[in-house]
Structures are given as C-alpha cells and as structure tokens.
Ligand binder design. Structure first.
Ligand code: HEM
Length: 494
C-alpha cells in the first residue's frame, strides 16, 4: 500500500543505490550535522533501500526514542558483525526482547545507581594511582587512563587486578574494542555481505571471499575476549583464591546457576560492561586534558574552588562533591564538548524501528535504523551558544529548571530510551573523582618545544565509533610539593 504521508526530507538519493556516496567512514557525525542544518531535525536517507533516520533535536529524540521507546528499541541484525564475527550476543547488538532485557537487568545489578557508592573507595584509590603514574611518566596518559577505566571494570566485574600497561586482559580489551570499532564495523562503512547475505556461502577459493577469512580470525579473537576473563573467575573460584566480584557473586548463587541461560548471559554481559567502559572513559579524560591545555583560566578557577573547599592538607573525596559546583560544571562541559559516542556506531548503536510509525506528518517505515544525533544536539547553538567552545560557566547561569534539564548533556551523551547506556552512573562517579583529583594535584599546560615555545596541541580523530583523539602533546606535572606529599601519603595509607 502507498503511504499517504511523505518520508522525512533528506539529501537526494541515487536510483537504487540511494545515499551510499554520502556516507563517510570517518566522522560521519559531521556529515549528519550538515544534513541537520539543511533538512531539519528529522532526516531520512537510504542505502539500497535500507532507511536511515537521523534525529537531530532533543524534541525528536525524546518523542521517538524515549516516549515511543517500546517500538524504537530493537537493533539491526548484521550478518558480518553478528553471525560471522560473533558479536551478536554483546549487549549493544542484541535484538530487543528477553535476552536484551535479561542482560540489562544483570548490568543494573552491577552498575545501577544504588550500588555505585560501594565502589567509591576503589575509584578513589585508582584515581590517585593514575595520578602518581602521570607524575612519573606524563607521556603515557592514554594507556594510563585505559588502565584506570579498564582496571576498575576488571576489578568490579571479574575480581581481576590489572598489573601494568602490558597486562594481558587490558591488552586483549584494547585490541578487541579496536577490532570491533575500526575493523568489524568496517570503519563506519558497509560490508557487501550485509547487503547480499548469500555472499556468506562463497567458497574459500572464490574471488572476493577474503572477508570470510578475516571474519573467522576476528570471531576467534572476540570469543577469546568474552571467554578468557570469565574463565579466569571460574578457575579462581575453584581454587578458592579469589577476590569477590560481580561474576563470582553470581557464580556462587546456586539458584541462578541452574537457569539455562545463566552462563551465556553472564559472560556476554560481563564482557559488554568491560568493552563499554574503556574508550568512552579515555575519550572523556583526553578531552578534559585538552580543555585544560586550551583554557588555563578554567583550570585556575577550578583549582581555586578546590583549594578553598578542600584545603591543601588533604585530597578531595566524594563527600566534597556538593560543595564544588564549578568542578561539576567542568565535568558537564566535558561530557558535552567530548561527546564520546557522537552518533552511535553505524553497525550496532542505531535503534531499529519495529513497526511503521508516523511523526509530525512524516512516514517512518518499519525496519528503519534510527540514530539519535548526539553530536548535532550537543552542538545546537540555541541550547548551547558558542557551542564549539568549552565554557563550563554555561551550567552556572540561573535558568528555569526545565531549561536546565534540557541543557544537561547527560540527557544525550548516553543515548536514549530502552537502549540508553547502562554505564552512565558508574561514569558519573569514576570520571568525577578522576577529574577532581587531577585538578587538585596536577598542572596541565601546553607542551614546550626545544626552544621553550608553547606547542599548540594537534588533535586528530581516526576512530569511527568513539570521538577518541589520537594522543596529543601536553605538559602534565605535579602542582606543588605538598600535592606530591599528599599523593605519597595516600599511597602509604592504602
Ligand atoms: C563517558 C562514558 C560513556 C558514554 C558517553 C557512553 C555512551 C553510550 C551510548 C551513546 C550508547 C548507545 C545508547 C543507545 O543505543 O541509545 C551506549 C551503550 C552502551 N554502553 Fe555506554 N557509554 C559510556 C560508558 C559506558 C560504561 C562505563 C559501560 C559499562 C557498563 C557502558 C556500557 C554500555 C552498554 C553495555 C551499552 C549497550 C546498551 C544496549 O544496547 O542496551 N558504557 N553507551
């Protein structure tokens, strides 16, 4: 039947092929933002008939992904990522239904808002050890942040203590998340087998079958990523020598263990929490460093606030949070300015519409892949004037509560509706204590060249999923002798 309502507007497609040529592997969010400016807050394109819908405003994302969340909660089934590379059981890929609901319930048990305070002491200790490592060797800040973020999850989820940059599970995590976001996701592009599924039956000698060999290798690696840390917990439980963790607690629960899906759900959920926590946190922290390098006045104001509230005789703790509004504004602005997952990953983060829908007189066909365009929203000049600049003060203006809520970047950067990121409450604490402890103890500035002139940081983005900058130059050092002393005392006390 022909639908009376028109499709949402968008760039003109080619016959049959659609908008294939408009999609880019790198920084697709910039292209989608251009469309938003040209065509409005609901944009439709198609690739060989597969509809893609970009929702570019808070209203459109809330109306559809939140209020009509029950029909916008599915995920697409991609042959390459799912069936061939074995990622279909990772939480972000699971179709909406019993499995995804069971997995999300499990995550909520580990990382729901009610349990996060029990990890505060661990986060505090780990943030301080990260700072001590930064003081000793500031050049390694990316790897150090991975150790902080990945280490926290490994510890909480698997009871595993990461031992250094070359730790086997940290390296495995780094390799596999990179594999997933930059190879399996085809650098944001599309695998022919996802358009023509019968290609998966190509014999190994056939021209063009190379992707099948790649997929087989990647699948093995992804399976190791899921199984190895999980097997570590099981083995340590058997010896009785283990640190209690999310996995050990569930493995000891006889009643749950007898459920038929138990092991499957637990190991995939644990793995999804681990993979979700690394590059996102590194993206946040690198942008925080970048913002401090570019805005020494913000660093100075935040340090002054901490000095006056916390004093110089101790390090900040979670108890100080309510008394540090400027620091909170720096954290909020870092979420917005960093946008760790600006558009969602082409292959796994769009939501799949489960029924035909009509929105503001526009027809959105069942099966469309719907993107909440987080980038466009966080760069909206009416909500965030001078949006490309880092301005924490914007959150300190007195505005009515509804507008303040609309301007809170946490409403957007974690995605929407029934697939919204389940790690948000963890990050809210882990990133806050990290940023606050760094502000209290470190100075961050531009690097100097050999003649002592400041070097402008050069920032490049080469990741198709996370807005993760390549490492840039900056200068990180202890703020004072007394800061160093406090860090050392903290270490002796731990
Ligand atoms: C700054 C940090 C983080 C940001 C900005 C972020 C952002 C996102 C976004 C935008 C999504 C897609 C949501 C949607 O489909 O609408 C997502 C999904 C997800 N995130 Fe995060 N994330 C962060 C940290 C974490 C952490 C620490 C975990 C660990 C538990 C995590 C686990 C997940 C999982 C499992 C999903 C898939 C959820 C589903 O499909 O049901 N993330 N995240």
């Amino acid at each position: 039947a022909v639908n009376p309502e028109p499709l949402p507007p968008g760039p003109a497609p080619l016959p049959i092929l659609g908008n294939v040529r408009d999609l880019t592997a790198k920084e697709l969010w910039l292209v989608a933002h251009k469309w938003a400016k040209q065509f409005g807050d609901v944009v439709y394109v198609h690739i060989l008939g597969q509809g893609l819908v970009f929702l570019n405003s808070p209203e459109a994302t809330m109306d559809l992904l939140e209020r009509k969340g029950n029909i916008y909660a599915d995920k697409p089934a991609f042959v390459m990522a799912g069936e061939l590379c074995g990622c279909d059981n990772m939480v972000a890929f699971t179709r909406y239904g019993d499995v995804s609901k069971r997995q999300r319930r499990l995550i909520n048990q580990a990382f729901g808002v009610q349990v996060i305070p029990s990890y505060h002491p661990l986060m505090q200790t780990e943030a301080r050890s990260l700072i001590r490592r930064l003081v000793t060797d500031p050049t390694n800040y990316m790897a150090d942040t991975r150790r902080y973020a990945g280490g926290l999850t490994l510890s909480v989820v698997y009871g595993y203590e990461a031992s250094g940059h070359n730790d086997k599970f940290l390296s495995l995590g780094e390799e596999c998340v990179d594999l997933l976001s930059n190879k399996i996701a085809s650098g944001g592009g599309i695998w022919p087998v996802d358009v023509f599924p019968s290609l998966k039956h190509l014999p190994p000698w056939a021209p063009g079958s190379g992707f099948l060999r790649k997929a087989a290798q990647w699948k093995t690696r992804m399976e190791e990523f899921v199984n190895q840390p999980y097997n570590f917990v099981k083995a340590s439980l058997e010896t009785g020598n283990y640190v209690p963790s999310f996995c050990s607690m569930l493995l000891e629960d006889e009643e749950r263990r007898s459920s038929p899906h138990f092991e499957f759900d637990l190991k995939h959920t644990a793995n999804s929490m681990y993979s979700g926590s690394m590059d996102t946190t590194i993206t946040m922290f690198s942008h925080f460093l970048l913002a401090m390098v570019l805005h020494p006045e913000v660093l100075a104001t935040a340090q002054k606030e901490i000095d006056s509230v916390v004093g110089l005789d101790r390090l900040p703790t979670f108890c100080d949070r309510a008394s540090l509004p400027f620091v909170d504004a720096v954290v909020s602005e870092t979420y917005r300015w960093a946008v760790p997952v600006p558009l969602g990953m082409f292959i796994c983060l769009p939501h799949r519409l489960m029924e035909d829908d009509v929105y503001r007189g526009m027809f959105i066909p069942k099966g469309s892949l719907v993107f909440g365009n987080i980038w466009a929203i966080t760069r909206d000049e009416t909500l965030f004037p001078n949006a490309s600049a880092f301005i924490p003060e914007r959150y300190l203006e007195k505005v009515d509560p509804a507008l303040a809520r609309k301007r809170d970047p946490r409403r957007y950067v974690f995605g929407f509706g029934r697939r919204r990121c389940p790690g948000g409450d963890l990050v809210e604490s882990s990133v806050w204590i990290l940023i606050t402890s760094v502000l209290a103890t470190l100075d961050i500035s531009k690097a100097k060249d050999t003649s002592g002139n400041p070097v402008e940081p050069r920032v490049h983005y080469n990741n198709s999923v996370f807005r993760l900058p390549d490492r840039f130059e900056c200068n990180i050092r202890a703020r004072s002798e007394s800061a160093l002393r406090l860090l050392q005392q903290a270490q002796s006390a731990e």
